[in-house]
Design a protein around this ligand. Structure first.
Ligand code: AHG
Ligand code: MN
Ligand code: MN
Ligand code: MN
Length: 372
């Protein structure tokens, strides 16, 4: 008899596993370990500056960590703490051959004391870090790949460079008014709500799907002067509202926590854009002057290779969220081609990302396909 009339994450995974009689249970155990890491992060996020009941670790959950990660970002303490939780809670189980994350330059090798497993775990331990000190929802994102069979125990960066279609599972935790875990194991998308009293993720959204149409878009409009023409056209048309070519009004949202945007889009539809653009390269190299001033500038940027590949990372942001969106009947794209088909070239590769309601993503791809 299911607990409280609803299924736990464990029950959902076991029932999903029955589709594969030969399954060993390794995969389920890994997902449950990831869920445990997310519960630990949820607790750290919830206690914020309080730390534990004695005030210990108060310094762990907020504020700058002082170090700079491979992305060139100053790490928040919770970036580092969350990364540690993922490593410590998943490395021992014998399910993993290695791990990679936003917060680690190189792949993480499983300590010799633990058996080597057959999966790779790639994760963004804390997504939306800039929101943590201002108490806005943040999340964690994870992706599970198969580890290539190999004699030697060490994993290499190349082992992780698999297209998104190779993912066997993906998900996110959202640390919001409620803590939720949303996952796909390749058979649709399920949402679980953490019951803080039980410490269990309970199945509350068994079959999430993204509406194909929407009147809500999400983009950081402060970058508009760097956008390429197809993006500018798409946003201008949304802003023109019902008197413009779309014939309907649009609403805009931007939370700066992609997990929160993704969840909103899963729940009610929408489209998220963090496109590649023509922002000057950080090293100040010579670049084409950005077009126009103000919110939407005047005149589209001429078509050419963008100077900025995009902000979001392919392996542990775009691909897992993309897998979830596609499994929920939505679409994920670079703006030009399907995201999950992209062949990764680097562990921390950045890429333009557009995802959400199918018809909107298809429209944005059409605009990119039209001659400049
Ligand atoms: P992270 O905190 O893991 O570095 O990712 C933050 C990402 C994503 O969550 C969000 O949509 C985007 O950065 C916000 O970027 P801007 O601050 O440029 O709006
Ligand atoms: Mn992130
Ligand atoms: Mn992050
Ligand atoms: Mn970051």
């Amino acid at each position: 008899m299911p607990l409280t009339g609803r299924k736990t994450l464990t029950q959902y995974l076991i029932e999903e596993r029955r589709r594969f009689p030969e399954a060993s249970g390794d995969f389920n155990a890994l997902i449950l370990d990831v869920a445990m890491a997310c519960k630990a992060i949820a607790r750290a996020v919830a206690f914020g500056a309080l730390g534990d009941v004695l005030g210990n670790h108060a310094a762990d959950a907020q504020g700058q960590g002082g170090s700079v990660n491979v992305q060139g970002e100053t790490q928040k303490k919770l970036d580092v703490v969350s990364n540690e939780y993922f490593l410590r809670i998943t490395e021992w189980g014998g399910h993993l051959a290695g791990m990679a994350s936003e917060e680690m330059d190189a792949p993480y090798q499983i300590p010799e004391t633990y058996p080597r497993g057959k999966y790779l775990l790639v994760f963004d331990p804390l997504d939306g870090s800039s929101n943590i000190d201002v108490n806005v929802s943040v999340g964690s994102i994870f992706s599970v790949l198969r580890a290539p069979a190999a004699e030697e125990r060490e994993v290499t960066e190349a082992d992780f460079l698999q297209p998104g279609t190779q993912q066997v599972a993906a998900g996110y935790a959202l640390y919001g008014p409620t803590t939720m875990l949303v996952i796909t194991v390749g058979n649709g998308v399920a949402g679980f709500t953490l019951d803080p009293n039980l410490g269990e993720f309970i199945l509350t959204h068994p079959d999430l799907s993204v509406p194909a149409d929407t009147q809500e878009f999400a983009i950081n409009a402060s970058n508009s002067r760097f956008w390429e023409a197809p993006v500018k056209r798409y946003v201008d048309e949304c802003l023109a509202g019902k008197t413009g070519p779309r014939g309907k009004d649009f609403n805009m949202r931007w939370i700066a926590s992609m997990v929160a945007e993704a969840h909103r889009i899963l729940m009610r539809g929408g489209v998220f854009l963090y496109p590649r653009d023509n922002r000057p390269p950080p090293n100040g190299a010579a670049h084409r002057s950005p077009q126009g001033a103000g919110l939407l500038g005047s005149g589209p940027a001429p078509a050419q290779d963008a100077t900025n590949p995009g902000r979001l990372r392919l392996l542990y942001e775009a691909n897992p969220i993309g897998f979830i969106m596609e499994q929920a009947g939505g679409r994920a794209s670079t703006g030009r081609v399907p995201m999950l088909g992209v062949q990764p070239e680097g562990l921390h590769q950045r890429i333009g990302l557009v995802f959400g309601s199918k018809h909107e993503v298809e429209r944005i791809e059409r605009y990119h396909a039209e001659p400049a």
